[in-house]
Every structure is written in structure tokens, then in C-alpha cells.
Design a protein around this ligand. Structure first.
Ligand SMILES: [Zn+2]
Length: 234
């Protein structure tokens, strides 16, 4: 299994060099991606949903402030849950994975795992939009306890079901996971949005590989699957 840090360089975290107390003199760390030494202090942390520090040199996520506010969490830990909420299994060619649906507006361990996968995806390819927990629902795929993929969705203003984002960790690509996830999502929630006998949903700003993936699982009219209408949002 590939390490999270190898899959997601900007979630590499940091090594503690000198712990002066995060509420006190700060914690001196070394960035695991670029080697810069930095003193983490609460007066310059930032970020949405969780308080965190990023390396000013390489943008790596260095650490996250723990809930009790006196400890640090490594960013890769946000992708590994101590217990997985109840979900279903999907079985693409590469094995069995758990899919968990989360529709909460407030941050929790599941949607925060998707949020950090989104941060990793944005670092790899800035074309993927931000994942906002309060505006999107999510299906997260777990391999064991590790979050390896997510699909975000919501209802458009005019009542359509929209697939917003799909992201699969690099070392889990080309194994059928993305297609199995879209298919699961369609049956789990999207299908219920369709009235009459028309099966369709909308896809927001798919890139080329996303369009190919949707085609490969037969989500177009001639294949008889649900029709995925693709929209480019400017
Ligand atoms: Zn760095």
C-alpha cells in the first residue's frame, strides 16, 4: 500500500523539533516536504473548518490543531478514521471498499476526510474546485480505514441532481473505483431525483478523464444507462 504522504505530497506534515507548547512559545517543526524549519504558533494558523498551518515555502500542510487545542495532528491522520460510519461495500476489480454517504452541513470526520482529499486534489491539479462542506453532500470511499476517493453532489437551484466533483487518490486510479462510485451514487441517491421514466443527472465541469469515465460506465443515452448531461461552468 502506498503511503498517504507519497500519494498526497501536500499532506506530508511535519516533524517536531522542539515543543515549546502550542499555546505558549510555539512548536518548532520541520516541513516533511521541503525541509524548512518553522515555529507554529496559534496566532498565525488559518484555514476553513479546522485550524491548520501550511508551509509558506511549499504550501505543504504542516499540522492541524487538535480539538482540545493543545495538541497537533498530522494532516495524513485526517484521512484515516478510527471508526468508519456505516456504509455499503462496492467491489470494483481491485477489491472491496466501503462507501459512506454524508449529508451533514457541519464538519465531521467523514466530510473532513473528503475536504482534505480535495486539498490534495487541488494541489495536484488546480482545476478541481473547492469542496465546501456546508454546500455539498458527499460519498467517501474507504480502503480499510483510509479515505481514498470522494464524490460530491447537491441539488441545483432548479431542482436537478448535480455531480460536482469526483476524486480518486493517485495510487488507486485505473482500478474501476471511480466508475463503481458513480454507479453506487446513482443508485443510492441520484435516481430518486428523476421523475417519470427519464433517468438522468447533471455533471458540473467534467474534465476529459471524467467524461471518458462516464462514457465507460455507460451513462449516456445509446448505452441505455442514465444520461449524464455535462455542463461547463465558466
Ligand atoms: Zn515546505
Amino acid at each position: 500500500m502506498v503511503d498517504i504522504e507519497d500519494d498526497h505530497p501536500n499532506l506530508s506534515g511535519s516533524e517536531i523539533l522542539d515543543d515549546g507548547g502550542i499555546q505558549d512559545e510555539g512548536v518548532k517543526v520541520r516541513c516533511r516536504q521541503c525541509g524548512t524549519a518553522i515555529v507554529l504558533q496559534t496566532d498565525w494558523m488559518g484555514g476553513k473548518y479546522v485550524d491548520r498551518w501550511r508551509c509558506s515555502t511549499c504550501k505543504n500542510n504542516l499540522a492541524i490543531l487538535s480539538d482540545d487545542e493543545d495538541g497537533l495532528i498530522q494532516p495524513s491522520e485526517m484521512l484515516v478514521l478510527s471508526s468508519i460510519p456505516k456504509g455499503d461495500s462496492i467491489e470494483p476489480e481491485s477489491g472491496e471498499y466501503q462507501v459512506v454517504r454524508d449529508e451533514h452541513d457541519e464538519p465531521n470526520s467523514t466530510n473532513l476526510a473528503a475536504f482534505f482529499l480535495n486539498r490534495a486534489g487541488r494541489y495536484e491539479d488546480n482545476h478541481i474546485g473547492r469542496f465546501d462542506i456546508e454546500h455539498n453532500n458527499v460519498h467517501v470511499v474507504f480502503s480499510g480505514q483510509r479515505a481514498i476517493a470522494y464524490l460530491s453532489w447537491n441539488e441545483s437551484r432548479n431542482g436537478y441532481m448535480v455531480l460536482r466533483q469526483l476524486y480518486v487518490a493517485p495510487s488507486y486510479r485505473r482500478q474501476g473505483i471511480g466508475g463503481a462510485l458513480i454507479d453506487y451514487w446513482w443508485k443510492d441517491v441520484a435516481r430518486d431525483w428523476c421523475e417519470d421514466d427519464d433517468d438522468y443527472y447533471h455533471v458540473e465541469s467534467p474534465n476529459e478523464s471524467m467524461s471518458r469515465l462516464i462514457y465507460s460506465i455507460g451513462h449516456y443515452e445509446e448505452a441505455g444507462g442514465p444520461i449524464a448531461y455535462e455542463h461547463q461552468v465558466m
